[in-house]
Design a protein. Structure first.
Length: 137
């Protein structure tokens, strides 16, 4: 079962897990903090809390409207893909991995390669790089 939640704490996510919820949808919207009243950091914190509370995170690129350029949409699709890799990166924390976690470890290794290339090309104050570093750190 999945839920579409607003901002959520780690304890809130853990409670949902106890209630039988397995997945939570939360995303960083296009132009977050510009077209929305939410700071990107709040969204990222909720995404981390969802994972830390034991739920699986699903996200998307939305909302898409005529005001968004093709490039902006494509960049955000790439950002969501990278964020999904980042959430997989945080799974292995000192316990024996399951088969699924082994697959995720492979994703983590791939992410580190992608992250390294992205970091080399990022401009100062690049939002995506800051998001990636926040999730890693």
């Amino acid at each position: 079962m999945a839920v579409n939640m607003g901002e959520l704490s780690k304890d809130g996510a853990a409670y949902l897990k106890e209630c039988g919820i397995n997945w939570a949808y939360h995303t960083l919207h296009l132009r977050e903090g510009i077209d929305t009243p939410f700071r990107p950091e709040m969204r990222i914190a909720t995404m981390k809390a969802i994972k830390e509370g034991g739920l699986r995170l699903t996200s998307g690129v939305d909302p898409i409207g005529i005001e968004h350029t093709d490039r902006e949409i494509a960049e955000n699709i790439d950002a969501i893909r990278m964020l999904e890799l980042l959430t997989a990166f945080g799974i292995l924390n000192g316990r024996s991995p399951t088969k699924e976690e082994i697959v995720n470890e492979c994703i983590r290794a791939y992410f580190m390669e992608v992250f390294g290339r992205y970091r080399e090309q990022a401009v100062p104050n690049d939002m995506m790089l800051r998001m990636m570093e926040e999730v890693i750190g």
